[in-house]
Design a protein around this ligand. Structure first.
Ligand code: 5GP
Length: 184
């Protein structure tokens, strides 16, 4: 467990309220998720699509625990309110160069809160005719949204606090923390 001085050195003096998931707990769960994904896709082409920026550390750790062939690409969705069409599709600021058609897609998200981000993306990605489309979320604030069957792989159920670290930011700070914490 990290001492307070270690936390403060990493955060530049900004203390966190508590460490919600520590490095060891995250590593153990990510390894299990890797096994779940390996077992879930016995055949076919697998494309792991990371939703930037929040998923970058999680995705990097996760794909190294998946023991089958796969491809990796990323996407960047436009922010809330902008770029959503009446069909529920969303503009992509970075559109994956990799073809989605006929592939099993695992969309990797840092945290599901209301689920709106994912709902907007699902229409856009489904239109590209993947063989299947599932979501892998590191954290899921289950109390904040109706059940979402597409969210097939979940790291941890998260409290309804504002969490940072392991890719998650507050105004671009704290993404590099090796643990997940809630802010003061
Ligand atoms: P949703 O669209 O599900 O309401 O929100 C998902 C997005 O909101 C996440 O990808 C993340 O960018 C942001 N978000 C939601 N909850 C948190 C949180 O607790 N901490 C951080 N850092 N971002 C969050």
């Amino acid at each position: 467990m990290l001492r307070t001085a270690d936390v403060l050195r990493r955060t530049g003096g900004h203390n966190v309220k508590s460490i919600v998931f520590d490095e060891a707990a995250i590593a153990a769960r990510v390894e299990e998720l890797g096994r779940e994904i390996t077992a879930a896709y016995p055949d076919g082409d697998l494309l792991v699509l990371g939703l930037l920026k929040g998923s970058f550390i999680f995705l990097g750790d996760l794909v190294r625990k998946v023991e089958r062939p796969l491809q990796v690409d990323f996407l960047v969705a436009s922010s809330y309110g902008a770029g959503t069409t009446s069909s529920g599709r969303v503009d992509l600021l970075y559109d994956p160069a990799t073809r989605l058609e006929g592939k099993h897609i695992v969309l990797v998200e840092d945290i599901v809160d209301t689920g709106n981000t994912l709902r907007r993306l699902l229409g856009t990605l489904t239109a590209r005719a993947p063989a299947s489309l599932s979501i892998c979320a590191l954290l899921d604030k289950v109390a904040m949204h109706a059940p979402m069957p597409e969210v097939r792989f979940v790291g941890f159920e998260a409290p309804t606090a504002f969490l940072v670290g392991y890719g998650l930011d507050h105004a671009e700070d704290f993404r590099h923390l090796p643990f997940i914490a809630d802010l003061m």
